[in-house]
Design a protein around this ligand. Structure first.
Ligand code: GDP
Ligand code: IMO
Ligand code: MG
Length: 438
């Protein structure tokens, strides 16, 4: 398999994990390159449902190495819980010790980061971002302010001591006077770090440079993104975004292998759209159709349980995602969710309600989005169950027409079509690629 990046191409929850799990069959090494336990990734194998947050979605295979990369942030308590949950489903603790690796360069989400995330959200009131409150923003803030704690620091007492003297001096003032939270003693934080070290020690890859050299030489790599392009800190609906870079550019940085290691970028789109948290969503449907999408698609957050906002496929943002996300082909998921709809809409442009102007370029200032309404093209539904379709040819004509129309507008081939949550419910559209794109 060519070295492949899986990128969420909408607002997250596109079904990336299912596609990562599928493509992982052909990869030797799977690496998460950004984000933390804000992600909620579902993989269904033989009817058994696994939820991942930080662990790469390829972990269910024997003999594949899964890495939590340098670009990630790790809350060790969450990771411990996540491993525990998968172990309780029958995967052995030894499997994790053998197959899971953690970059020593990843940053640690401390308890004060989650506290600050929660406090900031409450303080922002109606302007809140709607974060997962997992401490993601505050951890990345400290990383870029050069006052973060990295995994490797937990294993060096002197470094940790020195760092904490500097960090806590400022952090405690911030906690007390900005956030009205309780400051922490150094002893307390050292104890927390000791516990984190014990949780992480079986997995930390101190030999990562040698290992990656070998992998780059003769192994195939799958880069797993979390969140989505429209939540990207630079290109998403800023400030209603996450604090990392889920695009293929983020993969080049966060997986420690650089841009030349990437041969192929699979953008994952849902056949409609969802969003959790606040921020503009131009094709959102606050009506019965939106409720039907939520009910049929089971659109509730894996991490927070929040109902997802639902709407029609937005071609304006999709074309933008293809552009800035560096997407070279598409996996389209949840096509089956549209099985019962009489008609299916796609926003092919936006109309500015103030000026009447029609645009196909994505307006990046999210505060102007209230001025836009979608211009829809309507497609007839296929009104039949497609969950058992195994090949492209078995799909009903109207479904094929819908896919062709999307493909034409996106100017990128749809090579994978997902018609159900299970690994098996996947159509490889070899006509679009020339051969099996896995
Ligand atoms: P991710 O965060 O992008 O990995 O996506 P999530 O796991 O948060 O949400 C996707 C949901 O849709 C999960 O419950 C998946 O099991 C489910 N899913 C994935 N692909 C399909 C599909 O083609 N059809 C249906 N009905 N469900 C799917
Ligand atoms: P996966 O990987 C959907 C959203 C939050 C919030 C914003 C910022 O499952 O697709 P954060 O906690 O990251 O600071 O929150 O981003 N968000 C997600 N939405 N899927 C996700 O992950 C998300 N991770 C974060 O709801 O709006
Ligand atoms: Mg998710």
């Amino acid at each position: 398999m060519k070295n492949t990046v899986v990128v969420g191409a909408q607002f997250g929850d596109e079904g990336k994990a299912k596609i990562t799990d599928l493509l992982a069959q052909q990869a030797d090494f799977i690496t998460r390159f950004q984000g933390g336990s804000n992600a909620g990734h579902t993989v269904v194998v033989d009817g058994k449902k696994y939820a991942f947050h930080l662990i790469p979605s390829g972990i269910l295979y024997e003999n594949k190495i899964c890495m939590i990369g340098a670009g990630c942030v790790i809350k060790p308590d969450d990771l411990e819980k996540e491993i525990g949950a998968i172990v309780s489903m029958g995967v052995s603790p030894e499997h994790f010790k053998k197959c899971l690796r953690i970059s020593p360069l990843a940053h640690i989400t401390m308890k004060y980061h989650s506290d600050i995330d929660g406090y900031s959200e409450n303080a922002l009131k109606e302007n809140k971002i709607g974060t997962t409150k997992k401490g993601i923003g505050p951890t990345y803030t400290d990383k870029y302010a050069r006052s973060g704690i990295r995994v490797e620091d937990l294993f060096n007492k002197d470094t940790l001591n020195n760092k904490l003297d500097i960090i806590l001096n400022k952090k405690n003032k911030e906690l007390e006077f900005v956030y009205n939270l309780i400051p922490h003693s150094k002893e307390e934080i050292l104890k927390e770090c000791e516990r984190y070290k014990d949780i992480l020690v079986p997995y930390v890859d101190f030999n990562w440079q040698e290992n990656l050299r070998e992998i780059k030489k003769n192994k195939s790599v799958l880069f797993e993104g979390a969140q989505g392009v429209m939540l990207d800190v630079d290109y998403g609906t800023y400030p209603y975004v996450t604090s990392s870079s889920p695009t293929s550019g983020g993969a080049a940085i966060g997986a420690s292998m650089g841009a030349m290691a990437i041969n192929r970028v699979v953008g994952v789109f849902k056949a409609y759209m969802t969003r959790v948290g606040e921020g503009a969503f131009i094709t959102e449907l606050n009506d019965e159709t939106g409720e039907n999408l939520r009910r049929i698609g089971g659109e509730y957050g894996v991490t927070t349980g929040r109902p997802r906002r639902c709407g029609w496929f937005d071609m304006v943002s999709a074309r933008y995602s293809v552009l800035v996300g560096g997407i070279s082909e598409i996996a389209l998921t949840k096509l089956d969710v549209l099985d019962s709809f009489d008609e299916i809409k796609v926003a092919i442009a936006y109309k500015n309600k103030l000026t009447g102007e029609i645009t196909k370029n994505y307006p990046t200032n999210v505060f102007t989005h209230k001025n836009y309404e979608p211009v829809y093209e309507t497609f007839p539904g296929w009104k039949q169950d497609i969950t058992k379709c195994k090949t492209y040819d078995q799909l009903p004509k109207n479904a094929k027409d819908y896919l062709c129309a999307l493909e034409k507008m996106l100017e990128v081939n749809i090579t994978i079509i997902s018609v159900g949550p299970d690994r098996e419910q996947t159509i490889i559209n070899s006509a679009a690629e020339g051969d099996d794109p896995r």
